[in-house]
Design a binder for this molecule. Structure first.
Ligand code: ADP
Ligand code: TRP
Length: 323
């Protein structure tokens, strides 16, 4: 199967991104017979972020995170959308001409921001068409994404299908979204969904003392140290459960229920667990961040490797227009 997913260069990946998206996508890429296309959607990032330095730093940290968790860039495809911009944007134009206006007007990505239309740039409005181009350009079949992206994949199918219908041949592959419903929403330090925009995230790549500070910000109730506590209502326990072994979870649960075990102890245990669980990833992340030239090299190899695939798709569609 040909798997493809894009990640915006909008910040450094946090614990929610890592457990919810990065690790599952890497697992998928390791299954025999799967080819994974993983790219940094830096053209999409421009809809919200215009500072080159930030885009560059975010691109590096997103790429370093994927490498730190073992994405095999030799077996798979790893690239920046901007480096193949001529293909992505050319195809986007063709797809624009097959996209009904009301479809875009109904996109959540646009509607969520549509109260103040003067703040909406045309890039944000046509964002789903660029995403459709990203996908059909590489004949991708399976698109692993979060629930919020379901509509964009459906739009991709509709747009691609209307091209195929018009010319009565399978010019584009129609993709399916793979939405892992059971991947739980990872809570942030305040208990709401962990998110960059809510500023409630845990950055697993921070130096130890800063990581501990973030963990200490986890909100707890006011049950006294000596009293029993309900593990299932507690954010620290919820996070601990995502990474600990069965016996560690059972032990922590018993500690909560017994009393005499404070939230401070639990947070320290979560901190120790995370240092251990992410030991290798933290080291690799730091290594890549201090060797951006290695990231650059891997991306450039990937960009060369995907180019012929993009060219072939463009040739297929151009042929229909006699261009
Ligand atoms: P953010 O909300 O921090 O801006 P993004 O929307 O960029 O994160 O999400 C990138 C990927 O990480 C998506 O696939 C998304 O489903 C996943 N993801 C983000 N936050 C969480 C979370 N709290 N729990 C599980 N998965 C998450
Ligand atoms: N819109 C996606 C997001 O914000 C990123 C993205 C761009 C993407 N192009 C894609 C995801 C193609 C999957 C396939 O998360």
């Amino acid at each position: 199967m040909r798997i493809l997913t894009g990640i915006q260069a909008s910040g450094k990946p946090h614990l929610g991104n890592i457990l919810g998206a990065i690790i599952p996508a890497i697992e998928l890429s390791k299954q025999p017979g799967n080819d994974s296309f993983l790219f940094i959607a830096d053209l999409h990032t421009l809809t919200s972020l215009k500072e080159g330095e930030s885009i560059r730093n975010n691109t590096l940290s997103v790429a370093a995170a994927w490498l730190a968790f073992g994405f095999d860039t030799e077996k798979n495809y790893f690239y920046r959308q901007s480096k193949l911009a001529p293909y992505h944007t050319e195809l986007m134009w063709y797809l624009n001409c097959f996209t009904p206006f009301p479809m875009l007007a109904n996109a959540h990505s646009f509607k969520d921001k549509a109260e103040k239309l003067s703040d909406v740039n045309a890039g944000l409005f046509t964002y789903p068409v660029l995403q459709a181009a990203d996908i059909v350009l590489y004949d991708a079949q399976i698109i692993p994404v979060g629930k919020d992206q379901r509509q964009h994949i459906e739009m991709t199918r509709d747009i691609a299908n209307s091209v195929n219908k018009k010319y009565n041949k399978d010019i584009f592959v129609l993709p399916d979204a793979k939405i892992n419903e059971e991947v739980m929403t990872i809570p942030g330090v305040d208990g709401a969904k962990m998110s960059k925009s809510l500023n409630n995230y845990i950055d697993i790549f921070l130096p130890e003392s800063e990581l501990l500070k973030q963990i200490k910000k986890i909100v707890t109730d006011t049950t006294a140290l000596e009293n029993p506590k309900d593990p299932d209502q507690d954010i620290t326990f919820k996070l601990y459960q995502l990474m600990a072994s069965k016996s560690e979870i059972a032990e922590m649960r018993a500690n909560y229920l017994a009393g005499g075990y404070g939230y401070g102890h639990a947070k320290q245990a979560l901190f120790n667990l995370m240092l251990n669980y992410f030991k290798e990833a933290r080291e690799k992340f730091d290594f890549y961040m201090s060797h951006p030239e290695l990231i650059e090299e891997k991306l450039q190899i990937g960009e060369k490797k995907v180019k012929p695939i993009a060219e072939a798709t463009i040739a297929r569609i151009r042929a229909e227009f006699k261009f």
